[in-house]
Design a protein around this ligand. Structure first.
Ligand code: AMP
Ligand code: ZN
Ligand code: FE
Ligand code: FE
Length: 292
């Protein structure tokens, strides 16, 4: 279902991580969906933003917010942290992302080896080819499994094999959610907790992350039903957090995949997001001037 009143989508992936559209194709699609504000939030990489900014020039009614989605570790699980409006040219920021992308390659290799042992032979070069020049992720391995006929759809790989408790799962180095929040804030951005509905002790986690600089959580997230969004909205209000969200579109092409513009926060949230980023960026500059 496409809700035509949605003008903002703050969670989108491209070929630069595990999405299947180029940044230019995604911009074109967002424009067709009559979106006005979008953010590209690839996993551990911002390399798609240059192409997106280039193609957005032909779509003056569309605004692009620079974004990223960082994978972080908590005991026994992982939390995704979205960052918006960081100064992504910052060398420490880029060095940190690079470190985590390198970890993704080693871990993908391990998972391919484990699959081999389970009798599912996948060509490593093909996985690398599917990933292209972007950040390699489990969906790329899943795609290779589909191609070899081991499964029907990429998501089928997660339950038994590539999910955290799957037989072929391998760990990689990740930062903590606290470190991710600080990385984003120290780079002048706004940190937003991604798809948080599954967290059991969400209030305690939020209180802690807020003390590190967290300023938003995803509420208007396409995968969530109305009851979940209502619950998250009241959590956001309770903790004075910006209620963000979007489609988390990857162009996987799976049945029922949520499309850009299907779900997103009201435009006022995007306005506030920019204001918060302005304040964070000013604080960062003041800090930089003090240390220079
Ligand atoms: P990675 O970045 O390698 O940790 O892979 C994470 C990505 O895999 C997520 O952003 C989703 O696109 C996808 N993913 C994770 N868990 C599942 C799942 N249970 N079913 C389908 N896709 C998943
Ligand atoms: Zn993804
Ligand atoms: Fe995520
Ligand atoms: Fe995502």
């Amino acid at each position: 279902m496409n809700n035509t009143s949605v003008k903002v989508d703050l969670h989108l992936h491209t070929l630069q991580s595990d999405g299947n559209l180029s940044p230019a194709e995604l911009v074109k699609l967002a424009s067709e969906k009559k979106l006005e504000i979008i953010s590209i939030t690839d996993h551990d990489i911002t390399a798609g933003l240059a192409e997106a900014y280039e193609s957005i020039k032909d779509n003056p009614h569309l605004t692009l917010i620079p974004g990223v989605e960082l994978s972080t570790d908590i005991p026994g699980n992982e939390i995704h942290m979205l960052g918006y409006y960081m100064d992504y040219s910052d060398s420490f920021f880029q060095k940190t992302l690079k470190r985590f992308r390198d970890g993704r390659v080693d871990r993908a290799r391990q998972m391919v080896r484990k699959l081999e042992k389970l009798g599912m032979s996948i060509d490593w070069d093909r996985v690398v080819e599917i990933a292209g020049e972007g950040a390699i992720g489990r969906p790329h391995i899943a795609q290779a499994m589909v191609e070899r006929g081991y499964i029907d759809y990429p998501q089928d790989a997660f339950k038994d094999y590539l999910g955290r408790n799957g037989l072929a799962y391998a760990e990689r180095e990740k930062m903590t959610p606290q470190e991710a929040v600080e990385l984003v804030v120290n780079t002048g951005g706004v940190a937003v907790l991604a798809h948080p509905a599954w967290l059991e002790d969400i209030d305690a986690i939020i209180v802690d992350l807020k003390s590190h600089g967290l300023q938003g959580i995803e509420v208007h997230y396409a995968e969530y039903d109305e009851a979940t969004r209502t619950r998250l909205a009241s959590i956001a209000t309770r903790h004075d957090l910006l209620p963000c969200g979007g489609s988390d579109y990857h162009a996987f092409g799976t049945p029922g995949e949520h499309l850009p513009g299907e779900m997103g926060p009201p435009i006022e949230v995007a306005v506030l997001l920019k204001e918060l980023a302005g304040v964070n960026s000013k604080k960062r500059k003041t800090k930089q001037n003090q240390t220079n």
